[in-house]
Design a protein around this ligand. Structure first.
Ligand code: BT5
Length: 266
């Protein structure tokens, strides 16, 4: 079977390879729907959960035409060049604080990539980044976790072989541009397996791993609010709820939503 897409010249996802890798990892989450083009894998997982209560709905696609980031921002997923993966299940599959799931999922991606020899860092809350020698962060992936009633959908986007012109921002990058050839099917299977382990409770050390992988900790940061105000401080730690604890003029301030900016120096 020819798995090459005629338009992009890129390989299409090989569902047999994903299934084979998942089988070799011996987890229980083995069923993955592999599609060519979708609006958003998160939306599809939400639909699947609505019509099949109690299932674990796993969807991946070669291309998203309406991929979403947090706060309704866009996420670019050009055909065959990245990973768009969503896992939907009942929230009760996870036995820990729901507000920390996005952070814990970041750790599963770091772990999955380390099995392929790729070291990435996290930027709070859950950007997946490479860190340049001068400390600059380049974003290679992101996580969008959505809750609908008793269900949760975990969406992961990663730039595998996007070229410079395909990247949407100056700070974005891809594994290929960083010098790594990553097989999408293997990484998808590894991430699914790691998230299942997280749900099982066999990754209870995730917070320690998060703190070790998070470049935001001990960095000077700027927090900008929606009303245009901002403040700066030193990121110290992560709260039980997954918030970022920032030292500002001797006090600890917790930020729970939104974005922060890393400052080179304060
Ligand atoms: C994220 O949002 O980083 C979460 C991205 C989650 C995408 C996955 S793909 C599978 C699933 N299905 C979906 O529809 N979504 C999930 P946020 O932190 O809000 O970042 C979004 C911002 O990152 C945008 O405003 C752009 O500036 C930038 N951006 C967009 N596409 C990008 C890409 N491919 N690589 C790097 N940066 C990107």
């Amino acid at each position: 079977m020819d798995l090459k897409d005629a338009k992009s010249g890129r390989q299409k996802l090989d569902s047999a390879l994903i299934s084979g890798t998942l089988a070799s990892l011996s987890g229980k989450w083995q069923n993955v729907e592999v599609l060519e083009t979708v609006l958003s894998t998160n939306d599809l997982a939400i639909e699947k959960l609505a019509s099949n209560a109690g299932v674990v709905a796993i969807v991946t696609a070669d291309e998203q035409t309406k991929g979403r980031g947090r706060l309704q921002r866009d996420w670019s997923s050009p055909l065959g060049a990245g990973i768009a993966l969503s896992i939907g299940c009942e929230l009760s599959e996870f036995s820990f604080e729901p507000s920390t799931i996005p952070l814990a999922v970041g750790v599963t991606v770091v772990r999955a990539l380390s099995t392929l020899g790729v070291k990435v860092n996290l930027k709070w809350p859950n950007d997946i980044c490479f860190v340049a020698d001068d400390g600059t962060l380049r974003k290679v992936g992101g996580i969008l976790v959505q809750r609908t009633g008793d269900n949760i959908v975990i969406g992961i986007g990663l730039n595998v072989s996007l070229t410079q012109p395909e990247l949407p921002t100056a700070i974005a990058t891809s594994f290929l541009l960083e010098g790594f050839v990553v097989q999408r099917e293997t990484l998808i299977a590894q991430i699914i397996f790691e998230i299942e382990q997280l749900a099982n409770g066999t990754r209870s050390s995730w917070l320690t791993e998060y703190l070790n992988s998070c470049s935001t900790i001990n960095s000077s940061v700027r927090v900008s609010a929606a009303d245009g105000t901002s403040f700066e401080g030193l990121a110290k730690s992560i709260s039980k709820a997954g918030g970022l604890e920032i030292e500002v003029a001797g006090d600890l301030v917790e930020v729970t939503v939104g974005d922060i900016e890393h400052l080179r120096h304060i």
